[in-house]
Write a protein that binds this ligand. Sequence first.
Ligand SMILES: [Zn+2]
Length: 379
Amino acid sequence: MAVSIFNEVLSKLPQFNPKDFEEIEIGYPNDEFQPEAELFDSGEAIPLPKDDDFDPESQSENEGEMGAAEGGVRAAGIEILAFYKSYRHINSPPFRGKWGIFYVNSGVQHISQMLAIEFPCAQNLREIALNFLWSHEIFHAKFDVGVLGFEGFSKTHLYLPQKFAFRRSKSYQPEEALANASAWKYAKSIDPNKSSSRSAQTIGIPGVLDFFFQFMKNQPGAYARFDENLFDLKSEAAAGIFNSQRSKYARADDLAPWVGLHPSGYCSHSDIPEHLVVGIKYSKLISPARFIPSVKEIRETPKFLSDVPVGHQSFWEKTKSKLIKSSCLPGLDFKYFEPLNVWSAKVNDNFRAHFSPISIPQGIWEAVSYGNHKKMGHG
Ligand SMILES: [Zn+2]
């Protein structure tokens, strides 16, 4: 068990004093959204049920809850849906006395429900959502255990200074890009269009890789950097841990191979405890200003209709029907674009549509313009 090496190494380290690291320089911006550690304290952590399909709470995610969950993911990344808590923090909130991987049940429901909308015939969606989240969170465990090895022989803290330095820039940690790269690898392994693996053949969903790719691209900071060169991301992370150099351009190539490397037998399902957090309602925890609003009806203005080029009618109809099914679908990238009231959705790789709300509570929108990314001001 991982606990034994945590106890062995941590007992040899001096007391960690954040005051020693207060002057630390960091070349990343602050997070736009900084959720409190206590965010999930209103929930209860129960053991993860053995049966992946078993949901102890009724599937109650209505549109408001879905818009809140998706708004949270886009502002703060995957950690809104599931998170890893190091054994080092076992006595700190949330869930004092417990450590490991925590899946927020309403977060698992959020992913499975979006998969159900995008892939109406697919099965095993809760299992896929849990495995996807595990693939992200287990990287954090590997990172933690890997660093522990170096702390053991250098007798100095490396993990806590890194976390302390990033306390206001959590979403910019290269560790998040690596964790999402691990989740991306899982998504690839269950897409029969991309992989001939056993799980692709048994529970796979054609096209699921594109779904998760967009889902992660819509996340903030380093979360969206998962498709960059893996060695460079590891080198950037290593520069922070080992050399206290924390910027997107910092490198420690010689130590890069060690990032996330852990002794075998320490980071499997049986080594890291898994919990399910029940009783969470995102709509109560996240500001309504961050919700992705629902779309029930779209009225096209004459200008909009004259903007849509010949041959684009079918792309637009498809986008429109998806928006009405759920404005949270990752491929739509539906978001507030600019003041005063301009919202934007992706039609395909080159084109976007812009909208203005007629009534946000009733989900009535006006489609106001249509064009390629550049014309629409998306660079
Ligand atoms: Zn993460």
